[in-house]
Design a protein around this ligand. Structure first.
Ligand code: UD1
Length: 357
């Protein structure tokens, strides 16, 4: 069996790592294609190094662009690669532009597609990732889901149950493997209690008045507890072009994007996390760390129903009030969703190899 993996952006790499490792252990032939959607060393290379993912066999070097440009560029550069490699199946990950572009190419060439992290829905079509999820799932032959809600979504959309495989969360495979190493490091000098912040969604950072209002509130949070904010390149460029200061004198501290291990180390010891990321909602749930999500919706509802996540939408007063509650020791306790046990990649490999026979 020959599996070709397509990845391109930072959140893909921690999902790929356990699947690649498990298939290698079972001596499956694998080809790894990086689209180059993310290209900065601290958005890509460092993840390959820390997660011990082999160097990609090919990098399509597509870089940044509008959604149409980036998606089209990936498609036209990926098509000859997949024609040449003739894999039995292409595995795509998550919901980024690289995911949907590769799935579209394969579906026209009648090459089978497996989607890792299928079935998640925010039901918010203004989110580019939601379009990517819907189309990728529609085109996929095997849909590997992280939680029961994803199965329910797919069945409601008419996907036949034989294509859906509830495997659990591959992000948690990586987290459980890396956590002991992360716990031995402290990459940034932080006190006992601190808040960790990440924001990069277009709905938050491309809306400059809103971004400015959020920064104002983060400064207020910083008066109560030190705040560390590793800045995604998109957010940095928005802050700079809007003339919003990137360095702050008091409780709010900015830094460069962190490596997987460094970020996990900080996440695992944080008093609270404020984010708009999808993966971080899951990681904080696993770690039992309070997570305040600055979004109206989430495609990962188990993190709210079972885990430590709360959705705050655009209510900045509520954000401040919730931070205060947490600092006073008052916040819900979560638990870990079923099948978030570090064995999702094994279940994916079992299913892939069973398909072949
Ligand atoms: C992409 C994903 C998003 C994911 C995020 C994680 C899509 C539609 N979005 O968003 O789901 O949560 O990755 O980071 O695929 N840039 C750099 N260096 C890089 C990469 C990007 O400077 O290595 C800058 C460029 O100015 C670029 C901007 O960041 O235009 C946005 O990059 P892009 O890949 O378009 O989307 P993300 O916002 O990173």
């Amino acid at each position: 069996m020959h599996i070709l993996h397509v990845v391109g952006a930072r959140p893909n790499f921690m999902k790929l790592a356990p699947v690649y490792r498990e298939l290698a252990r079972r001596n499956v032939q694998q080809t790894l294609v990086h689209t180059g959607q993310h290209y900065d060393a601290n958005m890509s290379d460092v993840f390959f190094r820390e997660l011990e993912i082999p160097s990609p066999d090919m990098n399509l070097n597509v870089g940044s662009g509008s959604h149409a440009q980036q998606t089209a560029e990936i498609m036209s550069r990926f098509e000859p690669v997949v024609l040449r490699c003739k894999p039995d199946m292409v595995l795509v990950y998550g919901d980024v532009n690289s995911t949907v572009a590769a799935a579209l190419v394969c579906s026209k060439l009648m090459i089978k597609v497996g989607h890792v992290e299928a079935g998640l829905r925010s039901f918010d079509s203004s989110m580019p990732e939601e379009i990517n999820r819907l189309i990728t799932d529609r085109l996929s032959d095997l849909l590997f889901t992280p939680s029961q809600d994803a199965n329910d979504n797919l069945e409601r959309e008419g996907v036949t149950v034989d294509k859906i495989c509830l495997v659990g969360n591959v992000m948690i495979d990586t987290l459980t493997r890396m956590l002991p190493a992360a716990r031995t490091r402290m990459p940034v000098d932080v006190p006992e209690r601190y808040a960790l912040v990440t924001l990069h969604r277009p709905s938050n950072v491309d809306d400059i008045p809103w971004l400015s209002a959020m920064l104002g509130v983060l400064h207020k949070v910083g008066e109560q507890v030190p705040v560390l904010f590793p800045i995604h390149p998109r957010t940095r460029s928005r802050l700079l072009s809007a003339g919003l200061h990137v360095s702050a004198p008091n409780g709010l501290r900015f830094c460069e994007p962190l490596s997987y291990l460094d970020f996990l180390a900080l996440q695992a010891r944080a008093t609270l996390v404020i984010t708009d990321s999808g993966g971080i909602q899951e990681e904080t749930t696993y770690l039992g760390i309070p997570c305040l999500t600055v979004r109206e919706n989430t495609e990962r509802p188990v993190t709210v129903h079972i885990g430590t996540n709360v959705l705050l939408g655009r209510d900045l007063q509520q954000l401040l009030a919730t931070v205060n509650s947490i600092l006073n020791g008052d916040f819900k306790r979560g638990s870990i969703p079923p099948l978030w046990d570090g064995l999702a990649a094994q279940r994916i490999a079992d299913r892939l190899l069973a398909t072949k026979q």
